[in-house]
Ligand binder design. Structure first.
Ligand code: ADP
Ligand code: MG
Length: 457
């Protein structure tokens, strides 16, 4: 008997899947897919977008593979891919994209793709636009700067340096700037610093340094992610430095993202650091509860999923530390409801998330208790710390208190300013960054901070 064509085989799989997943899910993710090839139990399926491919890979792999194996009569794997794009890690590889790269999968996956000039084709995550970025107090400056450089690239702030903790939206903003610039006809390149490094190394190995230079120095907008990974790579830094200068001299826009402020990038060559300080640095902080809720609402809307408000509340409360984790949890709830055919409610969310919901994070210490603790440790009066006194001991206690109020009590800088004698936001930031940095090189200070943290309730 002749083998059915991959297309027919996949259609049979779709026929069965249609009975097993919810209607909206089927219409959104599966209906427009096509079987491309089937060799040796390995099926390649084309999807209309990378996002759909990732979604299917991460959330429907088990069901899809079981169904295909049944119909094909042999153990089979499925690999989703967009025509013309390199395939992802594949369902059958045994590792989800999330497992392989550590985040929610998508963003890191985007980092893995070869960089593409964005005029027609697009290596940017289509969901990461400036419009789909929820603005709150925590990211206002970064967002405004992103909008400004998108509308006046090379003119407003150059370079724009975005920094903030993991999963708080830096990559999203970079992609957003990319989309906005590309839609205005500008050539745009998004790379992680790891890709830049790999590109640089392979250009040397293959004697194609000219192409390398041409590729990086001919763009209107260069978006480079996670530049903290340039640490310790001197020749790569050198190359980055030249790329930076050329682009900057030609008034091309440079946007960089990093997980820490420029001043904490001590291992990065001073030359680069001083260049970064030419432009604007904008930080992204942890979003407040209402911003987190708004993000969840938007993500649920993007997935055309009806999620009741009490589920948003629980997720926003529970996953306060990272938008990425919070989004991952929402995806999990939605996928669980999809696959089991349930309507989402609190109970379904609890079942989908299991232990993740059951173990709430340690509540941050109370700011007052923390301040008192630091003062006790350094044997200074709280009165002194909130006063104008600047002698060394008091100043150090104040700076460490500011640092811990930010890091451990997660207080916004403004609130910290009010707490330590109505000081201005910039001087609070300065103290926070200083301790963050000094701690890395000053082991005594580091020990002191650890000791204080150990006594936290
Ligand atoms: P980072 O690069 O800072 O580690 P990402 O940009 O990858 O973080 O963001 C992680 C996830 O959280 C992404 O899916 C992103 O869309 C989402 N996210 C973070 N902040 C926001 C926001 N303010 N509005 C909408 N989505 C957000
Ligand atoms: Mg990122």
């Amino acid at each position: 008997m002749s083998q059915p064509s991959p297309r027919t085989l996949w259609e049979a799989v779709l026929g069965r899947l249609e009975l097993q997943v919810s209607r909206p899910s089927f219409a959104t993710w599966l209906r427009d897919t096509t079987g491309v090839s089937f060799d040796d139990g390995r099926m390649v399926v084309s999807t209309p977008s990378t996002f759909a491919a990732r979604w299917l890979e991460q959330r429907m792999s088990a069901l899809v593979e079981a169904t295909l194996s049944q119909i094909a009569g042999r153990p089979s794997t499925v690999h989703f891919q967009v025509p013309g794009m390199p395939p992802g890690p594949g369902v059958g590889s045994g590792r989800s994209a999330a497992q392989s790269y550590g985040g929610d999968g998508y963003d890191s996956q985007a980092d893995e793709r070869p960089p593409a000039r964005l005029r027609g084709d697009c290596a940017l995550n289509p969901r990461y636009t400036l419009d789909s970025f929820v603005v709150g107090e925590s990211n206002q400056l970064a967002y405004a700067a992103a909008v400004a450089v998108s509308s006046r690239p090379g003119m407003a702030y150059n370079p724009l340096f975005l920094y903030g903790g993991v999963g708080l939206g830096k990559t999203h903003l970079l992609h957003g700037i990319g989309h906005a610039s590309a839609s205005r006809g500008l050539s745009c390149l998004y790379v992680s610093s790891e890709q830049f490094t790999n590109d640089f190394i392979s250009s040397i190995q293959t004697k194609r340094t000219r192409e390398f230079r041409e590729k990086y120095r001919s763009v209107d907008v260069l978006l480079m992610d996670d530049i903290q990974f340039l640490r310790g790579k001197e020749t790569v830094q050198e190359s980055f430095f030249h790329t930076f200068n050329d682009l900057h001299n030609a008034n091309r826009q440079i946007v960089l993202a990093c997980d820490r402020p420029t001043s904490a990038l001590s291992p990065i060559e001073d030359r680069i650091r001083s260049r970064l300080q030419w432009g604007l640095s904008a930080d992204i902080q942890l979003p407040a509860q209402e911003t987190r809720r708004a993000i969840l609402e938007l993500k649920a809307q993007e997935m055309s999923s009806a999620v009741p408000v009490e589920v948003f509340d629980v997720l926003a409360e529970r996953f306060a530390g990272s938008v990425r984790e919070m989004e991952g949890a929402l995806n999990r709830v939605i996928a669980y409801a999809d696959l089991t055919g349930c309507t989402i409610d609190l109970d379904v969310a609890r079942r989908a998330l299991g232990d993740m919901l059951a173990a709430p994070p340690e509540p941050p210490p109370s700011p007052d208790a923390l301040l008192t603790l630091v003062c006790n440790y350094y044997a200074v009066e709280v009165q002194a710390v909130v006063s104008k006194r600047r002698d060394r001991k008091v100043a150090l206690a104040r700076q460490v208190a500011i640092y811990l109020l930010r890091e451990r009590a997660q207080l916004p800088l403004k609130a910290i300013g009010e707490m330590v004698g109505n000081r201005e936001h910039p001087s609070i930031r300065q103290a926070w960054v200083k301790i963050q940095k000094d701690r890395q090189s000053d082991s005594t200070l580091d020990l002191q901070i650890r000791a204080i943290c150990e006594t936290l309730p």
